[in-house]
Design a protein around this ligand. Structure first.
Ligand code: ADP
Ligand code: MG
Length: 254
């Protein structure tokens, strides 16, 4: 579904991503690990198409279409949806209006909100005064309404209590299982996800197939996500990355 080819991205006058390539296959969930500041959020923001993330070279393909320089709203229409690590406060924009505008067709914000205990938040300005967990629930509510084909989740479990993690995990699982409505086509069970996690807690709720470790703005290695996580926990990032690179020039198996 998503192919990133030799991407170099500049942010704030500095190259943050360097010659980065990765693939997310339709029907697969891919996990992204990496130390703080390695460029994980920058990658997701670039895939979503936010301004300020300038692609200097390389390409981003969505289902074969080159979206490298496409505006963010066009990417959303084509079925990319994102849960941001730190979404902005939207003064004067009520959550119910945002959900209605970004949602697909026949969704009822009230029904979705009730399932996430977000009913009281529908009439509030987006994210203003929301706690960490409430922001994450608001983000998942927006994703549910949008029902994207490709989910980009930036640390969905960070700052969230255990009960809320369970709720979010179940929702992400459901989102990946359900039918999506993408511009121009309808596909069943044809979704994919790229999920950034430090703790791996989200892996208790979604089955991940492939993991990548990012370091200094590029992919250092890839492999089974649970094995990578165990290795990172045991040896830290430096050892894990060195070990993997030395072991082989890991080839993509797809
Ligand atoms: P991660 O999500 O892996 O922790 P980020 O993608 O947030 O890392 O950041 C990668 C690097 O890019 C960091 O050093 C960060 O300070 C830098 N960076 C991100 N956004 C900007 C910006 N707008 N201006 C300057 N530097 C930035
Ligand atoms: Mg980040």
């Amino acid at each position: 579904m998503l192919e990133i080819e030799n991407l170099t991205v500049e942010v704030g006058g500095k190259d943050i991503l360097h010659d980065l390539s990765l693939t997310v296959m339709t029907g697969y969930t891919t996990v992204l690990f990496g130390p703080n500041g390695s460029g994980k959020s920058t990658l997701l923001m670039t895939i979503m198409g936010f301004s300020g993330y300038n692609v200097k070279s390389g390409r981003i393909l969505l289902n074969g279409e080159d979206i490298t320089h496409m505006p963010v709203n066009e990417r959303a229409k084509r079925g990319i949806g994102m849960m941001m690590q730190r979404p902005p406060n939207l003064m004067g924009v009520k959550l119910k209006d945002l959900v209605r505008v970004t949602g697909r067709g026949d969704i009822d914000p009230a029904v979705l909100a009730e399932e996430l205990d977000m009913t009281a938040f529908l009439d509030r300005d987006v994210n203003i005064g929301f706690s960490g967990g409430e922001i994450k629930r608001s983000e998942i509510l927006q994703l549910e309404a949008q029902n994207p084909c490709l989910l980009l989740l930036d640390e969905p479990e960070s700052g969230v209590d255990l009960v809320t993690i369970e709720k979010l995990g179940a929702k992400v699982h459901d989102l990946l299982q359900g039918t999506s409505h993408c511009a121009g086509w309808r596909q069943k069970s044809g979704k994919a996800a790229l999920i950034i996690t430090h703790t791996g807690q989200i892996l208790d709720y979604v089955e991940a197939d492939r993991g990548y470790v990012m370091c200094n703005g590029t992919v250092a290695c890839s492999g089974n996500p649970r094995e990578l996580l165990a290795e990172i926990r045991k040896m830290g990032y430096n050892e894990c990355i060195r070990c993997k690179i030395n072991r082989s020039n890991i080839k993509e198996n797809f």
